[in-house]
Design a protein around this ligand. Structure first.
Ligand code: ACO
Length: 427
């Protein structure tokens, strides 16, 4: 008998089965052979919220949640945040290797020359209500992009996939900036090819006439935040992109599903929730009472806890450092004091220690975005710009994976047994 296997005895029948173990997993489909009789469907694994189920093999991002390690394609996040540009990281995630200078130049050129969007996009952005949430606008606009590029449906053609990838990376900041200006009633600022990816985005969001604060420290801080968000293996929004993409829909629609997933307060919406929480706390003296309420189960300490990290989120460490660099330029944000004190108290509290709850990527990012001048409801849009390369890399990997099929989980039916229809007059 091979030692790399699991022997399971079905006590209902007394039969034993040997299930191979590969890469620390057993195949859920191997359980199907375990049946009580020929009529039996076979054993399934029940795993709500995928707490212990690997749904794919992936060579993109490595996380060790216990040791606080995050690597893209093997490169530590700390080195990428320190030395790489966002477009370099995007290339790395999507193509698998760091680009040579020539490859990077070509990639940057292509992205730069696809930043314009069809002017009809402006028309439907204008159709949203004046107080529309930017994430609702973003997911709508990105989904609508598929109608401008009907050839994007041809997902089997690598060259076609590549051009849609370029388009998405190029156009998302343009759409995001238009959304920003739409909410303010400001005329749109069109993309400029003489500016880099980040500078162009900042210009499109903040320029008013000749007035534009072109601060390289803030631009690099924004770039670092985007790099830190670029991928995070099988998180909720990436799983949404993979699941929706597995139906072989075009990438604009799949990414739009990812944006929808990211919108939620338990995922990308958390940085927005952190700022609201800090506002609600208001002053340092209210922190102990707030922590008590959290411990009583009345709400959560937003920006704390993570499904995977059971130690300090490595991204949160880097973001905290970036926060100080930004505040040196913009002046101190008084909410930082509240956040630091909240973190200090929480990290000493048995409730948080026992549950291994540490600050996550969202705890400090909102403070930085706010200092840069982005409104709270816009933070998740910035997260989406950062996460896009990860979604695209994972989408491509899913499509090329011969083992993948349309994503379709099983269920345990808990509803009524068969019963006869009752006409309405007899109910
Ligand atoms: N504040 C207080 N208690 C918490 C928190 C929190 N932020 N997070 C988890 N807990 C508690 C739970 O109440 C639970 O306690 P119990 O065992 O007594 O019931 C225990 O810790 C485990 O929590 P789960 O909800 O089972 O953990 P899960 O892995 O499902 O949740 C999540 C992870 C959603 C991130 C959670 O920690 C949370 O809601 N955090 C706040 C929201 C947030 O910051 N989200 C951003 C995540 S990072 C990102 O998406 C980019």
């Amino acid at each position: 008998m091979s030692t790399n296997s699991l022997t399971v005895t079905d006590n209902r029948t007394g039969k034993a089965y040997e299930l191979p173990i590969t890469d620390g997993t057993i195949r859920a489909m191997d359980l199907r052979q375990i049946r009580t009789d020929a009529e039996d469907f076979g054993l399934m694994a029940y795993d709500p919220a995928f707490m212990n189920t690997a749904a794919c093999r992936s060579a993109i991002t490595y996380i060790d949640g216990d040791r606080g390690i995050l690597r893209y394609r093997g490169y530590p996040i700390e080195q990428l945040a320190e030395q790489a540009s966002f477009l370099e990281v995007a290339y790395l995630l999507c193509e698998g290797e760091l680009p040579t200078q020539a490859q990077l130049d070509k990639w940057v050129h292509e992205v730069t020359y696809h930043t314009y969007v069809h002017k009809n996009i402006i028309k439907f952005l204008e159709g949203f209500r004046y107080d529309a949430h930017p994430m609702g606008m973003l997911l709508g606009a990105v989904g609508a992009l598929s109608t401008f590029y009907p050839e994007a449906k041809d997902i089997q053609d690598p060259a076609n996939r590549y051009i849609q990838r370029v388009r998405l990376v190029a156009k998302l900041p343009t759409i995001a900036a238009f959304i920003f200006r739409q909410a303010r009633g400001l005329p749109y600022e069109f993309p400029r090819n003489d500016l880099g990816y980040i500078a162009n985005f900042v210009n499109m969001t903040f320029r008013i006439g000749e007035q534009f604060n072109d601060n390289p420290v803030l631009q690099r801080a924004l770039e670092i935040l985007l790099i830190l968000h670029a991928d995070h293996e099988q998180n909720c929004s990436t799983s949404a992109v993979r699941a929706v993409g597995s139906s072989h829909v075009d990438p604009f629609s799949a990414v739009s599903a990812g944006i929808a997933a990211l919108y939620g307060p338990l995922h990308g919406g958390a940085n927005e929730a952190v700022l609201r929480m800090l506002d609600e706390i208001g002053e340092k003296k209210h922190i102990p009472a707030f922590i008590e309420r959290v411990k009583q189960g009345e709400g959560r300490l937003m920006g704390f806890g993570h499904r995977v990290y059971k130690s300090y989120d490595p991204r949160a460490k880097l973001i905290k450092k970036t926060a100080y660099e930004v505040f040196e330029q913009t002046g101190m944000n008084p909410k930082l004091d509240i956040a630091l004190e909240l973190e200090r108290i929480a990290l000493e509290d048995e409730y948080f220690i026992g549950r291994k709850l540490y600050p996550n990527v969202d705890f400090y990012s909102g403070l930085i975005y706010q200092a840069m001048g982005y409104p709270t409801d816009y933070f998740t849009v910035l997260f989406a710009i950062g996460r896009l390369p990860g979604w695209l890399a994972q989408w491509e990997e899913m499509l090329l994976d011969k083992e993948q099929k349309i994503a379709r989980p099983r269920q345990i039916y808990t509803g009524a047994d068969t019963r006869d229809f009752v006409p309405i007059r007899k109910r």
